[in-house]
Write a protein that binds this ligand. Structure first.
Ligand SMILES: C[S@@+](CC[C@H](N)C(=O)[O-])C[C@H]1O[C@@H](n2cnc3c(N)ncnc32)[C@H](O)[C@@H]1O
Ligand code: SF4
Length: 429
C-alpha cells in the first residue's frame, strides 16, 4: 500500500484549505497550516507546476491585488487520492498499534505503564478547556483497550470542518432491525425494549447519505452495526460498496452467517474492516481464522473481538446500561459520568433514516431529525443537536435519554468537543 509522506500530507492540507476558501490570503494560509511563508510559497509553486492548482489574480480592494486558488480537475482527483491514502494510513497505524499491543501483553511492565496513562483515553496533553471525565472506577480490560485504541486512530487524530463547523468522524448505521442472537447484556434480547421488527434500510437512503457525505467532504468511518445484525441485510455488499465512495466502511457482526465466500464478497465490495464479535468462546478463533484463510481477503481485513467472558469481566465489553435498559453486571452508577463527547464526533442513523445521538439510546427516545427529509449536515448542526452537544460538553446530562445513561462518554472525541467549544464561543476554526 502506498504510504502518505510528509510532502503529500502538506499538499493535502493545502488542497483542503483552498477548496474551502479559494480567496484565502497567503498569510492566513500559512498561519492556518503552521507553515512559514517560504515553505508555503514553495508548496504552492509545486502544486501549480504539477497542474493541480491554478493561481489567479484579482483585486481585493482598489489598491490591493490578491490571489484566487482554484483546484484543476487533476487537483481534485489528486486530493481524493491523497485523502484515501491518509485514511489507509490511519488503518495501518491501528494495525501497527494492535501488533504492538500484542507484544505489550507479553511485557507486563509496559502494560502497567499503559494502564497508568489510560490508553486511548485522551489523557495525554492538557491544551484545552474541555476535559474528559477522569474518574473511572473500574479497570479497562485489555480487549477493550485494543478496541478503544483502534477507534482513537480514526476519530481523534484529525478534525475536519465544513462551513466552519466541525464534522463527525464516525457514523453508525443500523441497516436492519433484527438480530439472530439474544445476548443477556444487549437490549435486543428483550422484546419489550427492542423488538425485532425486521425493518431494513433502503438503498435510496444509502445513496442520499453517500452523496451528502461527499458534499461535506467527509473523512471518517461509516460503521454498519447499530440495533441489529448487519449481515442479515441481503444488500450488505451493495450498501458497503456505495458507502465506500465517501467513507471508510466497517462491518460489525456476530459472525454467525459468515463463510469464506461472504468474507471475500465484503472485501471485494470495499469494506475496509470486518469486526467479528465472538460471544461463544475461544474455539471460535480457529474457526474464523480458517474462514479468512480460505477467502480472498488478507488476514488483517478481519478483527476478531473476544467477547465470550463472564460477568466478572463485563462480558468483554465496555459494558453500559444502554440508557437504563440493561442492569446486568457490575456497572457504573448513573450520574457517575457527566460530560459526554458522543454528539460532538458521531451519530447513529436508524433503518428509516432517524438520527440518534449515540448507540446508547436503544429505546429511540429522542430523534435529532430524519435523513430522508433533511440534509445530514443540517441535522448535525440543527437546534436540538446543538442543545444536546452544548449541554453534554459542559457536563449536563439533563435531557432524556442522557439522564439515564452511565456511559463514560469522553473516551473519544475530545478534539471535536474542544473545537465545538471554540465554535460556540465565537472563535473561527
Ligand atoms: C447490537 S450489536 C450489533 C452488531 C453485531 N450484531 C454484533 O453482535 O457484533 C452492537 C454492539 O453492541 C455491543 N453491546 C450490546 N450490549 C451492550 C452493552 N450493554 N454494553 C456495551 N456494549 C454492548 C455488542 O457486543 C455489539 O458489539
Ligand atoms: S450521555 Fe449517554 S445517551 Fe447521552 S449522548 Fe452521551 S452516551 Fe448518548
Amino acid at each position: 500500500m502506498k504510504k502518505i509522506n510528509d510532502k503529500d500530507s502538506d499538499n493535502l492540507e493545502i488542497l483542503r484549505t483552498i477548496v474551502k476558501k479559494p480567496d484565502v490570503s497567503q498569510r492566513e494560509l500559512s498561519k492556518k497550516l503552521g507553515f512559514s511563508l517560504g515553505k508555503l510559497n514553495y508548496c504552492l509553486k509545486g502544486l501549480q507546476d504539477k497542474g493541480l492548482i491554478k493561481i489567479k489574480n484579482f483585486k481585493k480592494n482598489k489598491n490591493k491585488l490578491n490571489y484566487l486558488y482554484v483546484l484543476t480537475p487533476l487537483g481534485i482527483s489528486k486530493k481524493t487520492k491523497l485523502t484515501i491514502n491518509f485514511l489507509k494510513r490511519k488503518m495501518q497505524e491501528y494495525d501497527q498499534l494492535f501488533l504492538e499491543e500484542k507484544e505489550n501483553l507479553k511485557d507486563k511492565k509496559i502494560s502497567k505503564e499503559l494502564k497508568k496513562i489510560g490508553i486511548g483515553h485522551n489523557s495525554i496533553g492538557n491544551e484545552g478547556i474541555i476535559e474528559e471525565n477522569k474518574t473511572r472506577t473500574k479497570p479497562l480490560f485489555k480487549t477493550i483497550e485494543i478496541n478503544i485504541k483502534r477507534k482513537t486512530t480514526i476519530v481523534d487524530d484529525k478534525l475536519f470542518t465544513h462551513k466552519g463547523n466541525p464534522i463527525p468522524s464516525w457514523i453508525e448505521l443500523s441497516i436492519i432491525d433484527v438480530c439472530n442472537r439474544s445476548c443477556s447484556f444487549c437490549p435486543k434480547s428483550d422484546p419489550k425494549t427492542a423488538p425485532n421488527t425486521f425493518q431494513k434500510m433502503q438503498m435510496k437512503l444509502i445513496n442520499k447519505l453517500t452523496e451528502e457525505l461527499k458534499e461535506i467532504n467527509y473523512q471518517g468511518s461509516v460503521v454498519l452495526c447499530g440495533y441489529g445484525e448487519p449481515m442479515l441485510h441481503k444488500d450488505v455488499n451493495l450498501i458497503s460498496k456505495k458507502l465506500s465512495e465517501a467513507a471508510f466502511v466497517e462491518v460489525v457482526t456476530n459472525g454467525d452467517t459468515l463463510n469464506s465466500k461472504q468474507i471475500s464478497a465484503l472485501y471485494a465490495n470495499n469494506v475496509n474492516k470486518l469486526l467479528i464479535s465472538m460471544y461463544d468462546g475461544e474455539h471460535q478463533i480457529e474457526k474464523f481464522k480458517k474462514l479468512i484463510k480460505n477467502s480472498d481477503a488478507p488476514e488483517d481485513f478481519v478483527i476478531l473481538r473476544d467477547r465470550w467472558y463472564d460477568e466478572k469481566q463485563d462480558y468483554g465489553l465496555k459494558l453500559t446500561n444502554r440508557t437504563g435498559t440493561i442492569s446486568i453486571g457490575d456497572q457504573e452508577e448513573i450520574g457517575k459520568y457527566k460530560k459526554c463527547f458522543y454528539p460532538s464526533y458521531q451519530f447513529l442513523i436508524d433503518w428509516n433514516g432517524d438520527v440518534f445521538l449515540c448507540p446508547q439510546d436503544w429505546q429511540r427516545r429522542v430523534s435529532m431529525g430524519n435523513m430522508m427529509q433533511e440534509h445530514i449536515f443540517d441535522i448535525w448542526t440543527n437546534k436540538i443537536m446543538t442543545k444536546y452537544r452544548k449541554d453534554l460538553i459542559n457536563g449536563k446530562r439533563i435531557q432524556s435519554p442522557c439522564t439515564l445513561c452511565n456511559a463514560e462518554g469522553t473516551i473519544h472525541g475530545k478534539k471535536h468537543a474542544q473545537a465545538w467549544h471554540k465554535f460556540y464561543s465565537g472563535q473561527i476554526l
